[in-house]
Design a protein. Structure first.
Length: 147
């Protein structure tokens, strides 16, 4: 699937979580845990539901990419999770707008590769995803998961 342009529907959010987290592996783990915790509170779904697992996986991949490819020393990343009518939208904003996503998800990597599967997983689990640059200092990578 090709990444899509960021098309927002104003006024359709049923809940929103927005946090600044450190651009470290710990910050990425915390993003995943907080996204799932908020989702389970909004939807009253268990932590081990398919929706919670999918949100955890997508959040983990986006946050990990922000830390690995989008981080600068001393700069945090922002996690925003929105509960929409039909989807859960996960946004991760980092401080490297020059490091854009590829036009499409990369192809499969070899079984011995230790990285390179993140966007493939996001592409497989998200209803749609993409990247937008809104200013000269940040980029937002987002994905929407069907509820």
């Amino acid at each position: 699937m090709k990444p899509q342009e960021d098309i927002r529907e104003p006024g359709t959010s049923h809940g929103e979580l927005c946090l600044r987290l450190s651009s470290t592996p710990r910050g990425a783990r915390l993003a995943r845990a907080l996204a799932v915790q908020q989702l389970t509170e909004w939807c009253a779904c268990p932590h081990d539901s398919d929706l919670a697992r999918t949100v955890a996986l997508v959040t983990a991949e986006l946050a990990s990419n922000a830390v690995t490819h989008g981080g600068l020393p001393g700069r945090d990343f922002r996690l925003t999770v929105r509960l929409l009518a039909e989807t859960v939208r996960i946004e991760v904003t980092d401080t490297r707008p020059e490091c854009l996503l590829p036009a499409t998800a990369p192809g499969p990597v070899g079984p011995d590769a230790v990285s390179g599967r993140g966007l493939v997983l996001v592409d497989a689990y998200a209803a749609r995803w993409g990247c937008s640059v809104r200013d000269a200092y940040t980029k937002c990578v987002w994905a929407e998961v069907r509820r």
